[in-house]
Design a protein around this ligand. Structure first.
Ligand SMILES: [Zn+2]
Ligand SMILES: [Zn+2]
Length: 344
């Protein structure tokens, strides 16, 4: 059997102990006629991998099994196709989101919300992950990417990008709708641009000045430093801009979510794209709080289309596959500004 290099997690542990081991494992092979085999060109390093690897999410069943090959922002080249594959031919390029597969038969799948499927398989929670050289996927869960799209540009679109796009879609964007985006990291900087494509007036909030500068450069009409002094923050915001029509929260802090809810006008919409405590809000103000999670294959196709047509900027930085432990450690220490992308 042919082998491939992979960064394998056999036991959850602090990233300082370098829990990912470079190993040679069996190369994936096409098992079903609707699968394609990708030679991986790049895989993004998502913050969720840090939690999975360190065991923070054991309580919620992540990772569901060990060993795993982490990584769920995968792009590569199709090097082999199953007999029944029609969407791809050898030489095409494709990407995979965290949703490796869904049942295609349940209500969610039929409604085009396959990311909510109860019997889905998640990329990077088995030996099928992106921190390696090859992966197989059924054609319906792979999305074509253009030949001229760089791997380190394309990879972050498959989790961060689709999350940003779906959150903007959830906020019901329209021309000059005043949308606050709370948290301008990897996901937030793309959301600013997707909202801009919809002609929204974006106001960006972050604790970090360099993030605010990025948001401004990418089209936010204004930026404000986020402050935990809620009263002070809200009064400054009202003075400058009045209340927001809507808000999107990417920063994983309950104080941010609470502030975002209070910054939105009555009847407004708050989209929460992060984990945290259940927020409290005043029913009589008729605000809507909406959650969001990645997106469908159709959404992913839209993301690729918008990114190739509208020149969306993706800030990324590449590292060799073997440095996954060090990259994750840097991520833990907030030493990585852009999306880190591993190249096998
Ligand atoms: Zn992710
Ligand atoms: Zn399903």
């Amino acid at each position: 059997m042919e082998k491939m290099r992979a960064m394998i997690l056999s036991e959850c542990a602090a990233i300082e102990t370098k829990p990912l081991k470079l190993s040679e494992i069996d190369k994936h092979e096409i098992q079903r006629p609707n699968e394609v085999l990708l030679k991986i060109e790049a895989c993004g390093v998502c913050h969720s991998q840090l939690h999975g690897i360190e065991g923070d999410w054991k309580d919620i069943g992540i990772p569901p099994t060990l060993p795993t090959v982490p990584g769920h922002e995968v792009v590569g080249k199709v090097v082999q196709v199953g007999d029944k594959v029609t969407k791809f031919k050898i030489g095409d390029r494709a990407g995979i989101t965290p949703l490796l597969e869904a049942c295609k038969e349940c209500q969610y799948c039929k409604e085009g919300k396959e990311y909510l499927c109860e019997s889905s398989t998640i990329t990077g929670e088995s030996l099928k992950g992106g921190y390696t050289e090859y992966i197989t996927v059924t054609e319906d869960f792979a999305t074509k990417i253009p030949d001229d799209m760089k791997p380190e540009y394309a990879a972050p679109l498959f989790c961060a990008g689709i999350t940003a796009y779906k959150a903007v879609k959830a906020v019901e964007p329209k021309s000059h709708k005043k949308i606050g985006i709370f948290g301008i990291g990897v996901v937030g900087h793309m959301a600013v641009q997707f909202a801009k494509v919809e002609n929204c007036d974006v106001i960006a909030f972050s604790r970090t000045q360099s993030h605010l500068d990025v948001a401004k450069r990418l089209g936010a009409i204004d930026t404000m430093t986020f402050s935990e002094n809620q009263e002070d923050f809200l009064s400054k915001l009202k003075e400058k801009h009045g209340m927001l029509d809507a808000a999107i929260v990417f920063a994983p802090a309950d104080i941010v979510t609470d502030t975002a809810i209070k910054a939105v006008k009555k009847g407004g919409l708050i989209v929460i794209a992060t984990v945290g405590e259940n927020p409290s809000f005043m029913a009589f103000e008729e605000k809507t709080i909406r959650g969001t999670l990645i997106g469908s294959t159709k959404d992913m196709e839209e993301v690729i289309k918008i990114c190739s047509e509208k020149d969306i900027e993706v800030i990324s930085q590449t590292f060799p596959l073997e440095s996954a432990n060090e990259v994750l450690k840097k991520l833990k220490d907030s030493e990585i500004e852009a999306r880190a992308v591993l190249i096998p």
